[in-house]
Write a protein that binds this ligand. Sequence first.
Ligand SMILES: O=P(O)(O)OC[C@H]1O[C@H](OP(=O)(O)OP(=O)(O)O)[C@H](O)[C@@H]1O
Ligand SMILES: Nc1nc2[nH]cnc2c(=O)[nH]1
Length: 188
Amino acid sequence: MLEKLVESLRNAPVVKKGDYDYFVHGISDGIPALNPKVLKEISEVLDEQLDLSKIDKIVGVEAMGIHIATALSLETGLPFVIIRKRQYGLPEEHEILKHTAYETSKLYINDLKEGDNILLVDDVVSTGGTLTAVINELKSIGVNLVDTVVVVEKGEGKSIVEEATGEEIKTLVKLDVVDGKVLADSLL
Ligand SMILES: O=P(O)(O)OC[C@H]1O[C@H](OP(=O)(O)OP(=O)(O)O)[C@H](O)[C@@H]1O
Ligand SMILES: Nc1nc2[nH]cnc2c(=O)[nH]1
């Protein structure tokens, strides 16, 4: 399963962000151009593997959760909402601070309320800084996090988030960068 995704990840270039080995792929960067068959493969697998019967909203994280949430929304007919990098100043907006290995920035949660049954999706979990901040804030809002799915698990991010939040994180591909090259395997 996910042959196209895994093969293209193995060929992904790696660049340095300081000391951090950053792989560059269409699913996680929009660069190089993403073959739509890869996106279709991901949304079909998610639709098959998850129980989406109770989900009210798919929730994606800007920027690189947006196309994943969109593809899954088209596949399932479920609406999606995006946790944005821009502040809107709407009533009930929640601001969070998130840290990655290379950046600290803010995210803004809108249109999610206590009791909403959600599926959270993102492209990569690496240090776990983003998902930990997002999940902890969603829990404090009282959202019912039915599932969290991330396409690429890099390094130890998945277990870091699970320990920090107590939530299970489902991932599709395990990836590591070794000697400047991407090693990637499907987890399905
Ligand atoms: O586990 P972490 O170390 O937090 O890394 C994962 C996050 O990094 C990327 O987002 P980024 O902040 O680079 O923004 P982008 O989606 O706009 O590329 C990615 O989309 C994840 O959200
Ligand atoms: N594209 C990409 N996104 C990331 N988010 C966190 N780490 C990475 C990485 O190595 N590559």
